[in-house]
Design a protein around this ligand. Structure first.
Ligand code: THU
Length: 156
């Protein structure tokens, strides 16, 4: 018999529905996006990464006049975490965005390469990474694991 599988996500109608820790993570991602270097796309993205130690890493998109040389916020944050805190497991990553490409009710949805990097960050450790995607309107979408953001991803 053919079996059917699905994935789940949770939606918080407002930031005030979040735990204090999650609210702080959203605030960190929103603060990070204000420091983005995005003169070409004018689309600012911020990512905050909560490590098990409690440390919060912030990243934002860093563009370049040679467009493909730039890097997304998620990878800036995750590679910084990998470079400086390789043994401090990642508990959550929160992503927020501002700019022409976002409407009030759209979530910033990570690009394919960022999903791939998130997947490997998760597979390097034993616990899953929770993903928080923030809407401009304040709604927050939660995924319990990167697996739900990149099903059938390429991994070991
Ligand atoms: N960008 C991110 O930083 N993260 C995403 O998830 C999607 C896109 C950046 C790349 C580029 O600097 C700008 O947003 C427009 O694509």
């Amino acid at each position: 018999m053919i079996q059917e599988y699905s994935f789940s996500y949770r939606l918080a109608p407002s930031i005030t529905d979040l735990s204090e820790q999650d609210q702080a993570l959203v605030t960190a991602a929103q603060a990070a996006l204000t420091r983005a270097y995005a003169p070409y796309s004018k689309f600012q993205v911020g990512a905050s990464v909560l490590l098990q130690s409690g440390l919060v890493i912030e990243g934002n998109n860093q563009e370049n006049i040679a467009y493909p040389s730039g890097l997304c916020a998620e990878r800036v944050a995750l590679f910084y975490a990998g470079a400086n805190h390789p043994n401090d497991p990642i508990i959550k990553i929160c992503i927020a965005a501002e700019g022409d490409l976002t409407s009030n009710d759209s979530y910033i949805s990570p690009c394919g390469p960022c999903r791939q990097v998130m997947l490997e960050s998760e597979s390097r450790q034993t616990q899953p990474i929770e993903v928080l995607l923030v809407q401009k309107s304040g709604k927050v979408l939660f995924l319990n694991t990167v697996q739900n953001l990149l099903p059938f991803g390429f991994s070991k």
